[in-house]
Each structure stands twice: as structure tokens, then as C-alpha cells.
Design a protein around this ligand. Sequence first.
Ligand SMILES: NC(=O)c1ncn([C@@H]2O[C@H](COP(=O)(O)O)[C@@H](O)[C@H]2O)c1NC=O
Length: 525
Amino acid sequence: MDPGQGKKAVLNRSCRTNTSFLSFLCVYTIMKWALLSVWDKTGIVDLAQALIQHNFSIMSSGGTGTALAGAGIPFTEVSRYTGFPEMMDGRVKTLHPKVHGGLLGRRQIDDAIMAKYGINRIGLLVVNLYPFERMSRESLPLEKLIEYIDVGGPAMIRAAAKNFKDVAVVVDPSDYPEVVKTLSSNVGFSHEQRLIFAKKAFARTAAYDAAISNHLSNLDNTFPPILTLQFTNGRMLRYGENPHQQAAVYGTTGIAGAEPLQGKQMSYNNYLDVNAGTALLAEFEEPTAVIVKHNNPCGVSVGTDILEAYLSARDVDPVSAYGSVVSLNREVDKKLAEAIDSTFVEVVAAPSFTRDAVEAMRKKENMRVLILPERNTSDEVRTIDGGVLVQRTPAYQENWQVITDRDPTTDEMSALRIAWKVCKHTKSNTIIFADQKRTLGIGAGQMSRVDSAKIAIEKACAPLAGSAVASDAFLPFPDTLEVAAKAGATALVQPGGSIRDDEVIKAANRLNVAMVFTGVRYFRH
Ligand SMILES: NC(=O)c1ncn([C@@H]2O[C@H](COP(=O)(O)O)[C@@H](O)[C@H]2O)c1NC=O
């Protein structure tokens, strides 16, 4: 029996063939055979009915046959055709030369050999595979999981797809309506159609094998020597980072799979900015707004409610908020929607929107409105010339160490936490000033850390007296700390680990700045 199918496969098979003596006499060339062997039985009965109406003879493996028999559809069991029973708990069902010969045989060239061995020409193959991808997420023991590796299905798909000149292969139930439409037209499958089906078929088996290969390779939680990546749902974008660049997005889940409720098509840069914004948003539990511009946050704030958080984040840097991407972790209501409408925003992403919020945002017809998808915690992959870099981030465990004479106060500690979270998602070198609710000044992406500090100070939305500062990497000299303290900062968080840590600690004590080492660096290139 197949994995998961239990006793369903044991049944009365007496009605399972309609091969009469007459039909047996039919010459192979006259009969149109379709082989159906599907894990997901959705739509298979309707499809089979259409095939019968259009004079196809159907051949089916065990469970698929059960579904057809239940609907009174005539078919021939594959096992009867091959003369071999399904065996080894379903590990061998369709793996037989009479099946593969029927799929691979070339019209005209192989007619004689097919006739000699009683091989039926199969003109249509309908297969979908054991759900390995889904089952691999269910933490089954390996010996159970491997039973979800489909062998016969991919073998048939590949055979039929190779012989697309003569065989149409359908691997996705969403293509059944097209098959029925073609049957009704009575012209048969065109060459183009068969080629499109074949491309889809090979993409399916490639994705299937990639999933198996990656799952097995990842069992010991290391990076495999061979990495296979496959993403489906490819969609052309209007252009890439700039109008002269072409681009597409791939993926069905997370940000990559998200489509806006309203507004223009998501652009390449929108995807990047929503990705950056939502990654930062995920650091916060309380109502939080994150405003991103060109992949860096330009305002982040928590609030007692999400409206307060948004207004406060926007006012950190209202000039940069123009044309930004807004990510929010609470439902958007009408009042908040109207506040967002009052600025030019490229994308607003939130877990949900009230009906009147959706209504209010219609006024901004170009603004993309996105329901925040579930976050995927997969490895980061970036292309470089000739290859890719892959990076995995372990779960964060705060292990801060106060290394100055003075401990941070409770308020300073809250501000340090906000600054540190924002630091992680801002391009290096970064210096973030924050209070207990929001970022006050952000200096990002500078080649010198002191310059980042100066920019953050210059851009500060409020006096920095009593603020906290975060640096993504250790301070190699006391200069950044001195600049920050002069601007009013009284607490600083940084990874630590410089050979001049002692000098920096001395400076902090002298300036009465409470300093914390995190032991973790947050470079972001
Ligand atoms: N072993 C085989 O010869 C074989 N042939 C087809 N299958 C798969 O068995 C499934 C259909 O089986 P059934 O009709 O018994 O429900 C399909 O997902 C098909 O891809 C097979 N199963 C696994 O490899």
C-alpha cells in the first residue's frame, strides 16, 4: 500500500476492466490511451469522464482506479495490462516496459516493436506525485518520509515529456480544464501545447528532486556541497532596480508570493523594501511601525497603539518618509489609513485592514496595500559573480554585559533595545540613536562609523539628551562614543571585541555613559 493510503487500496477490483474481447482485438494504432496515476485525486473523475466521452481508453494505477471505479468509469488496471501486480507496498506499480514503452515509443519508428510486445500507445499521461515536499515539513522519521519519494511517477513524467512530440503530459490538476477544452475541440493537442506541458513536467520533476536532495542534505544541519534551488511562480516585473534593467520575481510564499490588494504591481525595489521592513518589524511584539526607504529604516517606533506608532515613526524623518514603504504589525483602521494617505507611500503592509480602511486607501489608487504574509525563516542567499553566498542566522539570545561603572537605567535599557534591534536591519556602518519609544536619528551605510554618528546627529528629530546609541560593530576608537556623548547620549550598546576596548570603556566611564557589550555583531552589507 502507498504511504498514507492505508487499507483504501484493498478493495474489490472485479469492475476494474472493461477490456472485452472486441476491444482486445482493436489495433493499437486505433485506440487512444490515457494513463491516469495521481496522488491528488482532485478533478480526476471529471477529467476521466471527458476522456471517455472523447473515446479515450483509460489505464490507471490502484488508488486512482478506485476513484474511477467509485464513479462507474471504465478503465483498465495497469497491473492487468502489464501482467504484474502492484507490489512492495506500492513501491512498484507502473515501473514496467509496457508502460514506459507506451510512453516512449516513437510513432512510426517504434510501431512494429510495440505491436510485437503488445505495448499500447499512450497519448496522454496524467500524473501528480506523492507529496514529499509537504510531508518533509512534518518531522516524520526518515524511514517513513522516504516512502513519500515517488519513483514511478517521475519516471513516467520524464518519459512522456521526452516524447512530447507524441505524448501530452499533465502534472497539475489546474491544467485539467485546458485538457477538457482541447478534447472538446476534437483537434487533439497541438505541438505547442505538448511542449508547454513538457516544460512544466520537467520543471516539476526538477523541483521534486531538488526538494528531496536539499532535505536529505540538510539533515545534519550543514550546508550541502551541492545546492539546488528552485522557485516557481515566476512573474515578470516592469523593470529591475532601474528602468533599463529587466527583472522577475519567483516564489509562492512570504513576501515573494504576496500580491497587493490594490495599487500598482509591486516593483523590484518594493519587494526589497517590504522584505527589509518586515524583517525589522518581526523583532517587535508591541504595536510597531517601521518606515523603510531604499532598504534602510528611516523611522521606527513602538506605541500604545498602532496609529501612535505610525505617526511617531513617520515624524522621525518626514522628508525621507515621502515615497517610503510602511510596515505595521497591527490591523489598519480608517483613521490610520487616512493618516497614511496624507503622505506619499509606495507600499503599506500590515496583518489586516478594516473594510473602511481599504475604502479610505482606494483614494490613493497607486499605493500598494499588502497583507503581511507568514514569515519564512529560510537561509539568506545572495548571488556573487559565479556563485551564491548562503547565510543562516541562529535564534537570538540576549546575553548583554554591562562593562562600565554605571549600569544603564531602565529607560536607557529600553532605548538601547530599540536601537540595537534597528541596528541589525540597517546597512553598515550604522549608528542608531533612540529613546524608549522610537529611533531619533539614523546614520546608515557609511564607510566611517564616526560619519554615521554625525549623520544620525544631524538628522535627529528631537534633542538627543538622555538618548541611547547602538553601533552595529565594535568601536575601534573612543571617537564615535565621544561624538555621541557630546550630542547628549548617555548609554551605548555595541558588540565589543576591539583591541582598544579598554580605551573605549575608560572614555565611557569618564563621560558617564553606561555601556553594554552584546557579543554579537550586526554587519549588514
Ligand atoms: N511505484 C510506482 O511504480 C508508481 N507509479 C506511480 N506512482 C505514483 O502513485 C500515485 C498514484 O497511485 P494510486 O493510483 O495507487 O493512488 C501517483 O502519485 C504516482 O506518481 C508510483 N509510486 C511510487 O513510486
